[in-house]
Ligand binder design. Structure first.
Ligand SMILES: Cc1cc2nc3c(=O)[nH]c(=O)nc-3n(C[C@H](O)[C@H](O)[C@H](O)COP(=O)(O)OP(=O)(O)OC[C@H]3O[C@@H](n4cnc5c(N)ncnc54)[C@H](O)[C@@H]3O)c2cc1C
Length: 338
């Protein structure tokens, strides 16, 4: 089924809760619907993008084109080999519903990604990650539709160019394909990953490393640390953790011995904590008109009520400029700015 909305208001369709309108928005339920949508002559030369849950999207202006919204739901086990279970998840399934399902089924692999808002089709786009796990660790293949060729395609994990909050869907395939489902590999063999943050301690308090306890612990930690977008508009981490030359990282470390530093997975490079830099630049908990920086997590910019996307971007620019002046480090947004 396809549902078409003309001149639609988007405040409730983006987690920042900023106002914007789109010329058209089309929701689809089945991958086959995309053939019908793109065969329509209205789509010839039409500008389009995918808007899923809108939790990683900031509208700074109206969108003069068509937003394509996957609503296709459905989680199915497609194969089982020993303890390994292959699962197909529709792009329109809420990611956290997929995690809850896996935990109920006793399947390990994505429990550390509990409570990340958004749809499952968006998960590979920025290779969502939390608590020492990234979705790339379980993705087997991506099923998608390409309007240019009107074909359905399958891309295996190896070709997705996954990186830190990055994938081919943010690069050469950006704006060219619509992910319709993902196939992930889960396991019945327990594999608790508890070393990140205070997960271990929370899980111990709950009685040990079962799937349900790990999910509960992570939900509790996240709910305490991050603002709920249905209450306070935000898009999670606004900036990526910057990867810098090791030389610059060493110079900063000499000046700020308490500065967190992580391996970047690249020779001669190191990853810094954007939240720490913003905090040290004095922005944590600060507000500027109707926008601000969250009190418990300096990486999260918030809409204090009634803000526009342009106001959020103005604050972001001020933070980028001050961090650059103070530390010589360039922050770049994790959020898709439209
Ligand atoms: C409170 C909060 C906490 C968060 N915590 C985390 C976290 O811990 N880790 C993390 O990695 N992220 C986190 N995020 C960011 C966000 O949850 C993820 O990026 C999520 O995957 C966004 O899903 P969405 O459906 O809302 O995507 P949208 O914002 O709708 O889309 C994001 C991008 O993906 C593209 N896209 C979406 N679906 C498709 C599709 N089917 N086919 C092709 N392109 C598509 C869109 O065009 C857009 O470019 C957080 C966000 C919030 C608000």
């Amino acid at each position: 089924m396809v549902r078409i909305y003309e001149n639609i208001e988007l405040t409730a369709r983006n987690s920042f809760g900023v106002p914007a309108r789109a010329k058209r928005l089309i929701e689809f339920d089945e991958a086959e619907d995309l053939m019908q949508i793109f065969a329509d002559e209205k789509m010839t030369n039409e500008k389009w993008i995918v808007l899923a849950g809108g939790n990683n999207t900031l509208f700074t202006r109206d969108f003069e084109g068509t937003l394509i919204c996957p609503q296709n739901c459905g989680i199915e086990i497609v194969a089982t080999e020993g303890n390994t279970v292959h699962v197909r998840i529709g792009a329109g399934v809420e990611w956290d519903d997929a995690v809850a399902w896996s935990v109920e089924q006793g399947l390990w692999g994505i429990e550390n990604l509990s409570l990340i808002p958004g749809k499952s089709g968006a998960a590979p786009v920025q290779n969502i990650g939390a608590y020492g796990t990234e979705v790339k660790d379980v993705i087997e293949q991506i099923e998608m539709f390409c309007p240019e060729t009107m074909n359905r395609l399958i891309l295996a994990n190896d070709y997705c160019e996954f990186g830190y909050r990055d994938s081919i869907f943010k690069r050469s395939l950006k704006g060219r394909v619509i992910i319709t489902s993902i196939v992930i590999r889960l396991s019945r063999t327990p594999n608790p990953r508890l070393r990140y943050g205070d997960v271990q301690q929370r899980v111990d308090e709950l009685g040990g490393p079962t799937l349900a306890n790990i999910r509960e612990a992570i939900v509790a930690i996240r709910s305490h640390k991050l603002p709920n977008p249905t209450v306070t508009g935000n898009a999670g981490s606004f900036f990526k953790n910057p990867v810098v030359d090791r030389e610059l990282a060493d110079r900063l470390l000499a000046e700020y011995p308490d500065m967190p530093l992580y391996p970047a997975g690249e020779e001669g490079k190191a990853k810094l904590a954007a939240g720490w830099l913003i905090d040290r630049a004095g922005w944590k908990g600060k507000s500027d008109g109707r926008v601000g920086v969250h009190t418990r997590q300096a990486l999260v910019l918030i809409n204090l009520g009634g803000a526009t996307g342009a106001e959020v971007m103005e604050l972001a620019y001020r933070i980028v400029t001050e961090v650059k002046e103070r530390f010589g480090v360039e922050l770049s947004p994790e959020v898709n700015v439209l």
